[in-house]
Design a binder for this molecule. Structure first.
Ligand code: UD1
Ligand code: UDP
Length: 358
C-alpha cells in the first residue's frame, strides 16, 4: 500500500501530522509532497519541528501567485512527480486550499484513487476561493472523510459519487494530543509582552477581510475600541496589506507563532477573534469564547450557546459580540468526535483496507 499526501499550507501540516503517524503505524508507505504554497519558516518549518511531521519527500517550491498561476504550477509539478515515483494506491488531500484542488485534479486525471480529509465543509458562499476548492475536490474524491454529521449531510445532499466516511476531525486529535505540551512548555505569560495579563487573541487572513480596505479598517476600528490588549499574530498576507500603517496602541502585532504557542495563547485568552477556520474550532474545544470576523461559518456547531458569534467585519457588531461572550460555565456542544475514536486512526484504517465505493 502506497499513499501520496499533498500538503502546502499551514493548517495542512497540522492535519497531516496526526494522520501521517497513523499511516506509519498501519505499515502504509507515505510519500509526502509539499507544494511550497507556504514557505516562510514560521508558516512551514516550525510545524514540521513541533508536530513531528517528517521531512517531505519533495518540496515543489511553488510559492505565491494568482490562483491560476499557483494552482497551475502545482498541478504541473505534482503530475510530473507522481508519474516519476508512482504507482500510488491513494492520493490524500486536506482541507480547501489551492494545494488541495491541485492535488485533486491531478489525481483524478492520473487515475489515482483520491481521499479528501475534511470533506463536506460548506459556507455556501461561492465568493470564497476555499468554497470552490471544496466543491471540486469533494466531487472528485473516491473517499470523503467528513469531520461532522453536518458535513455528511452536505455531501449526501450533493450526491457525491465517492464513499462518505464519518471520521471525526483530525484537528481535534491534534488539539487533544498537543494541548498539555503547549501549556506546559509554552506558558502564555512567557509569550506575551510583560505588561499583558488579560488579552484578546486575534488572527485575520481571509482574502475577503484583507483585500477589502473597508472591511480591514472596520476590524482595526473594532480592535482599537476594545478594553483589552489585542495580541495579533499576523499572517504575512495581512502584514503586507498593513504596510507602513500604524496599528491602534492596544494592538500588539507579533509574527505568526508555532502551533504549540498558538494552542497556549488560545487557552489563556479571554476571547479569540478570528476569521480562521481552524482557530474557531480550537477555541471551542479548548473552551475559549470566539468571535468570528465573517458573515457565515462552516463550523456552525460552534455557534450554540454563543460560544462563537458571527460579527462579520462590522466594528459595532464585533465590539458587541466581545462584550457578550458567554460565561465559561455555560454548556458547550461537543463536535468533531462522533465515533469516539481518533479520526486519524479511522482514516488510516480505511485507507489500509483500500475501501472505495467503486
Ligand atoms: C491559504 C489558503 C486559505 C488558508 C490559508 C491558511 C488558498 C486559496 N487559501 O491562504 O484557505 O486558510 O492558506 O493560512 O489556498 N505569504 C508569505 N509567506 C508565506 C506564505 C504566504 O509571505 O509563507 C504571503 C504572500 O504574499 C502571498 C499571501 O501571503 O501572496 C497569500 O498566501 P496564499 O498561500 O496565496 O494564501 P493564504 O492567504 O495563505
Ligand atoms: N496557527 C498557528 N500560528 C498562527 C496562526 C494559526 O499555529 O500564528 C494555527 C492555528 O492554531 C490552527 C491553524 O494554524 O491550527 C489554522 O490555520 P489558518 O488560520 O492559517 O488557516 P484556516 O484554518 O483558516 O484554513
Amino acid at each position: 500500500m502506497r499513499v501520496c499526501t499533498i500538503i502546502g499550507a499551514r493548517p495542512q501540516f497540522i492535519k497531516a501530522a496526526v494522520v501521517s503517524q497513523e499511516l506509519a503505524q498501519a505499515g502504509i508507505e507515505e510519500v509526502l509532497i509539499h507544494t511550497g504554497q507556504h514557505y516562510d519558516p514560521e508558516m512551514s518549518r516550525v510545524f514540521f519541528d513541533q508536530l513531528g511531521l517528517r521531512e517531505p519527500d519533495v518540496n515543489l517550491g511553488v510559492g505565491s501567485g494568482s490562483h491560476a498561476i499557483q494552482t497551475g504550477r502545482m498541478m504541473v509539478d505534482i503530475e510530473r512527480f507522481v508519474a516519476d515515483t508512482g504507482p500510488y494506491d491513494w492520493m490524500v488531500v486536506y482541507g480547501d486550499t489551492n494545494s488541495t484542488i491541485a492535488g485533486a485534479l491531478v489525481a483524478a486525471k492520473a487515475g489515482i484513487s483520491q481521499a479528501h480529509v475534511e470533506a463536506g465543509l460548506r459556507s455556501f458562499n461561492r465568493k470564497m476561493p476555499e468554497e470552490i476548492n471544496r466543491i471540486v475536490t469533494d466531487s472528485l474524491a473516491e473517499l470523503l472523510f467528513a469531520p461532522t454529521d453536518l458535513a455528511v449531510q452536505h455531501l449526501t445532499r450533493e450526491g457525491v459519487e465517492g464513499q462518505i466516511v464519518l471520521s471525526g476531525d483530525v484537528m481535534l486529535d491534534s488539539t487533544r494530543h498537543f494541548l498539555p505540551k503547549a501549556r506546559g512548555e509554552y506558558p502564555a505569560r512567557q509569550l506575551l509582552p510583560s505588561d499583558v495579563r488579560q488579552y484578546i487573541l486575534a488572527t485575520v487572513h481571509r482574502a475577503e477581510n484583507t483585500d477589502s480596505v473597508e472591511r480591514f479598517d472596520g476590524i482595526l476600528e473594532a480592535f482599537a475600541a476594545v478594553p483589552l490588549p489585542v495580541v495579533f499574530p499576523m499572517h504575512p498576507r495581512t502584514r503586507a496589506v498593513l504596510g507602513d500603517r500604524k496599528l491602534p496602541a492596544n494592538v500588539r502585532a507579533i509574527a505568526p507563532v508555532g502551533y504549540l504557542e498558538m494552542l497556549s495563547l488560545v487557552s489563556s485568552a479571554d476571547v479569540v477573534v478570528t476569521d480562521s477556520g481552524g482557530l474557531q474550532k480550537e477555541a471551542h474545544w479548548i473552551g475559549t469564547p470566539c468571535v468570528t470576523l465573517r458573515a457565515e461559518t462552516e463550523w456552525t456547531e460552534t455557534l450554540a450557546g454563543g460560544w462563537n458569534q458571527l460579527a462579520d467585519a462590522d466594528p459595532v457588531r464585533i465590539r458587541e459580540a466581545i462584550a457578550l461572550v458567554p460565561d465559561r460555565s455555560r454548556e458547550r456542544t461537543s463536535f468533531g468526535d462522533p465515533a469516539g475514536r481518533p479520526a486519524s486512526r479511522i482514516i488510516a484504517e480505511t485507507l489500509a483496507a483500500g475501501r472505495t465505493s467503486s
